[in-house]
Design a protein around this ligand. Sequence first.
Ligand SMILES: [Zn+2]
Length: 276
Amino acid sequence: MAKVHHLNCATMCPYSARLLAGEGGWREPAKLICHVLAIESNDGIVLVDTGLGTADCSNPARTGGLFRVSTRPRFAVEETAIERLRGLGFAPADVRHIVLTHLDVDHAGGLGDFPDAQVHVFRTEMQAALNPGVREKLRYVSEQWAHGPAWVPYETEGDSWFGFESVRAIEGLDVEVAIVPIAGHTRGHSAVAVRSGDGWLLHCGDGYFHRAEMEQPPEPPPGIKLFQSVVDLDRKQRLANQDRLRRLNSEHGSEIEIFCAHDPLELERLQAPAGS
Ligand SMILES: [Zn+2]
């Protein structure tokens, strides 16, 4: 069974805890994290998402004023994927593949720290980031891929993963990894499924933001709903796909470990040693 590390590769402290976490003070900052997977495979380390990178930490301005003011990132270099991996005993060159849920600033920031890695992404999302429309221009930071990554774009061709369209990523890998498009937050936003023993991990990126959104009925803190509707590209699509994820969780929650990019308690739960 592939060893999977659950990392936090950027902490953000937006206002306020009461609005975004549902507890704590109105004037206390909340804590959001950037959940990154590092999978040990026969072809080196496979990252799922990258959080913020070292160049974002040394030059926060490049991430854009809107992002900085609304999410208040720590820009702590010790949280970047490259430093987290060093802490686990891996070298940057060990990262051969990166699979992305989407190309927003807080997911693609680490790309430049692994310039030789292949970057696997849903083609629609790559097109959105490289040729953004008017409403998309603010969210993507092209400096994050100015080094010219080895892009590997994917299209779906009728494969099904628990009723979702999907496409298998990275040929020849001894771990099953699939890109599962769930558009709405961005044009080509995807979840990433990783086979883990008898079951699956499903990294939902920004398909939802708070664990309560996967419950029936969903009752997330009010600020979470508001934030998502401010940053989504297509609200109707996002809500429909979130509904499908919720159904997936209620029907297959025992086989699939579902989590999103930014919920700190989901990360804590998955970082806890088995059985604890
Ligand atoms: Zn995000």
